[in-house]
Design a protein around this ligand. Structure first.
Ligand code: SAH
Length: 393
């Protein structure tokens, strides 16, 4: 619960005024990064990359070599692509760059193997990505926007100033960099769009990035290994379903009634829970994939028996699985964490109606691993070289 505030959060104001203030747009446009003089190769779709190579009057197979350097060998430097002719490499190097983002800080958890990376983009904007390990399984949590225009009251990212949408190449840079960090023993990576931003507000770039992730010539990842997490933009969920991409969907519901959702996620109060869940069911119908319904557990706000009963009714008999996320506290202490007993009681109340319930255990609790926490600390920083820090916990 919000400390020093009643559970109904009245001081947060009405959904309408908050969302207007935050400037959330219904039909957001992709806002590309400021123009660089060089082409960012990971911004190109694989078709565009093929055309780019053909434009250099080299044999067509040079495209396959280049794409393998970009997405299999994860090269950073065009001149190091030694199976390409030197003249071609030099010409590429004059016109293009492999990546447009630099890692400026890394935090490593002492509690688990979680590592959090802060990237500086070509215009100086900062975004964060998290690499989590469960045995051999590595999960890469990527950002899709600089900050977030939504104003979910429990989320640290929404507290900062919204910057812009990332380009598809800036999203893929995060995946490639963290994939390169996973080490020899890692199995296949998983990518979740659960970092900073609302992926469906950056629809065009997110879809373009997923096409490269899906493509056998790109990262060759299927729907079990890619999850887009959305705060629940109904029209965009339906469009994503119609793209027929290979990806899974997670919807952050976070409330058991429209009224509570309006208080917790005011920018999206125009969509009722029923509309959101109907869109999620549509995604299942088109993709054949069960949709994950995410629910952040905020002690005293959305964790009562009544909340559990209502949530159970909402998901009963539908193609969903429930993922409960215990709130990861921020430094402002705006909400209280939930106890294990409270989680158990919530799950037991749900179980008759929601047969598949998982509880997501927080990763990297000592390194501010919740959405936006490293970023908000770093907004004021100036450029400096990569720093490795290991927090004492
Ligand atoms: N905008 C997207 C993706 C980013 S947030 C979305 O809303 O889904 C990714 C997930 O982290 C969401 O389920 C969100 O509800 C959750 N989240 C945000 N802040 C959190 C916090 N402090 N503790 C626990 N979960 C949090």
């Amino acid at each position: 619960m919000l400390r020093s505030a009643p559970a109904s959060l009245p001081h947060l104001g009405s959904g309408g005024s908050v969302s207007q203030f935050r400037g959330y747009r219904v039909s957001p446009q992709t806002e590309p990064a400021p123009k660089e003089s060089k082409i960012h190769l990971r911004d190109l779709s694989l078709l565009e990359l093929r055309e780019f190579v053909t434009g250099h009057h080299v044999p067509a197979y040079r495209y396959r070599q280049l794409v393998s350097w970009l997405y299999c060998k994860l090269a950073n430097d065009l001149l190091s692509m030694t199976d390409l002719p030197l003249a071609f490499r030099e010409s590429l190097d004059r016109e293009a760059v492999v990546h447009a983002s630099q890692v400026v800080s890394i935090q490593t958890s002492n509690v688990d193997a979680t590592r959090k990376f802060l990237f500086e983009l070509s215009d100086g904007s900062l975004v964060e990505s998290v690499l989590m390990r469960h045995g051999k399984r590595a999960t890469v949590c990527v950002s899709s926007q600089v900050g977030c225009p939504l104003d979910c009251v429990f989320c640290q990212t929404g507290m900062g100033v919204f910057g812009r949408n990332l380009t598809s190449g800036e999203i893929l840079d995060q995946v490639c960099h963290l994939k390169g960090e996973t080490g020899e023993d890692a199995g296949k990576i998983h990518v979740v769009f659960m970092g900073m931003g609302e992926p469906l507000l950056n629809y065009h770039s997110v879809v373009k990035a997923i096409r490269v992730l899906n493509d056998p010539e790109g990262l060759d990842m299927g729907s079990r290994r890619i999850t887009v997490s959305t705060a629940g933009l109904v029209g965009r969920i339906r469009s994503l379903a119609d793209e027929r991409l290979r990806c899974s969907l997670a919807v952050s519901l976070n409330a058991s009634s429209d009224e509570k959702r309006r208080q917790l996620m005011p920018a999206l109060s125009r969509h009722s829970l029923e509309e959101i869940l109907a869109a999620a069911a549509y995604f299942h119908d088109r993709s054949g994939r069960r949709v994950t319904i995410e629910y952040v557990l905020l002690h005293g706000v959305n964790t009562s028996r009544e909340d559990a009963r209502l949530l159970g009714k909402l998901v009963r008999g539908r193609p969903f699985k429930l993922n409960l996320i215990p709130y990861n506290p921020d430094k402002e202490g705006r909400f209280e964490s939930i106890s294990d007993e409270e989680i158990d009681r919530f799950v037991r109340t749900l179980l008759p109606d929601a047969p598949t319930v998982t509880v997501r255990r927080s990763k990297g609790p000592d390194i501010d691993a919740a959405c936006g926490q490293l970023w908000t600390q770093s907004l004021a920083r100036t450029k400096r070289p990569v720093q490795e820090s290991r927090d004492s916990g």
